[in-house]
Design a protein. Structure first.
Length: 109
């Protein structure tokens, strides 16, 4: 009797390839490092963080509580991917009270 799976219920080769294609391959250390060091323009960083470009400019000037490290070469300003992710992670909370306490501490600095 044929069940469409071949001998002893084995999956057809097409099904195996489809399953394997849906499993992400592990990121190598070199790929991860390249991603972390990827540079973003101010506009790209603002888009990534869902912020206004002027907000990043204000934070660079010391206004507000941003404090995201940036790279300045001539007139060009760049942000590292890893720094943007670290900024998001530092502001990720489980409870509203955590965010309120953290915001109060940032204002004192």
């Amino acid at each position: 009797m044929t069940n469409g799976r071949g001998p002893k219920g084995a999956r057809p080769a097409k099904a195996i390839k489809a399953v394997n294609a849906s499993i992400p391959s592990p990121e190598t250390d070199l790929q991860r490092e390249a991603k972390d060091n990827q540079l973003y323009t101010t506009k790209e960083a603002a888009d990534f963080l869902k912020l206004n470009v002027q907000t990043l400019a204000n934070w660079r000037a010391g206004q507000g509580s941003g404090g995201i490290p940036f790279i300045k070469t001539g007139k060009s300003v760049k942000y590292r991917h890893a720094d943007l992710v670290a900024f998001i992670e530092a502001r990720t909370y489980t409870y509203t009270t955590e965010a309120q306490t953290d915001a109060a501490l940032r204002k004192r600095r």
